[in-house]
Design a protein around this ligand. Structure first.
Ligand SMILES: Cc1cc2nc3c(=O)[nH]c(=O)nc-3n(C[C@H](O)[C@H](O)[C@H](O)COP(=O)(O)O)c2cc1C
Length: 213
């Protein structure tokens, strides 16, 4: 067993003050995302989405954010997947962005809704053809007999679309939009005295407050 308890790194990064933050948390997220990209963080648009299943268990998985604008965060997936069933039953979610190289995390809570069809069409059309075929072939989250069963489904879909110039978007594939209700920006600091600044809506405006680390 490796010595996880003994691993310790000091976070010497500069601190985070209320006055450093943009009034809009989405603008602040954008600044941190750009800094993570410049710093060479791997998959800087990756985040963990947490939902709750029908037994009440939290379920978390990584996704790639494909949009971040004044409405919130969007991602694309299979509408018949486990996550989509959970979102359809209860749209309340948590998102977690982590940029470990910068000793930063951003926690977001929000409510998910389906993206307009036109946005899903537009994004699907921009995907590489093998990914488009894969979206038709993979019954995401459902049990497969073996890998060969998946390969056979892919081969079948490749044959189906062989003479078709543009692979259409499958009806069971599309986007979700998470409209944020709260954010927490976390910046690692020395001696575990980290900075935590939370945005939540008070009287219709984003209000910032500091939390103990
Ligand atoms: C870095 C990373 C990015 C991912 N991005 C996506 C994504 O954008 N959409 C997606 O459906 N699955 C993505 N996945 C796979 C999901 O984590 C997950 O396995 C899949 O969506 C099925 O989840 P579910 O069974 O909970 O619905 C990604 C996985 C990783 C590790």
């Amino acid at each position: 067993m490796s010595d996880l308890a003994g691993r310790r790194s000091e976070y010497e990064t500069a601190g985070l003050d209320d006055s450093d933050l943009a009034p809009s948390p989405l603008d602040q997220w954008q600044t941190w995302f750009e800094q993570a990209t410049e710093a060479g963080c791997v998959e800087p648009n990756a985040f963990v989405l947490s939902t709750v299943d029908t037994d009440g268990f939290p379920q978390s998985r990584y996704l790639l954010a494909r949009g971040a604008d004044e409405r919130g965060f969007s991602f694309f997936t299979n509408y018949e997947s486990a996550k989509s069933s959970q979102l359809a039953a209860d749209g309340r979610v948590a998102l977690l962005f982590t940029w470990l190289q910068l000793h930063r995390q951003v926690r977001v809570t929000g409510v998910a809704e389906r993206l307009p069809e036109a946005e899903s069409d537009e994004y699907f059309a921009s995907r590489p053809r093998p990914s488009q075929v894969g979206a038709w072939a993979s019954p995401q989250s459902h049990v497969l007999a073996d890998r060969a069963a998946l390969d056979a489904r892919v081969a079948q879909m490749e044959a189906t679309f062989a003479g078709v110039a543009e692979v259409p978007r499958p009806p069971q594939w599309g986007g979700w939009l998470v409209r944020p209700t709260a954010f927490e920006f976390w910046q690692g600091r020395p001696s575990r005295l980290h900075d935590r600044l939370r945005y939540r809506v008070v009287d219709g405006r984003w209000h910032i407050e500091r939390l103990a680390p």
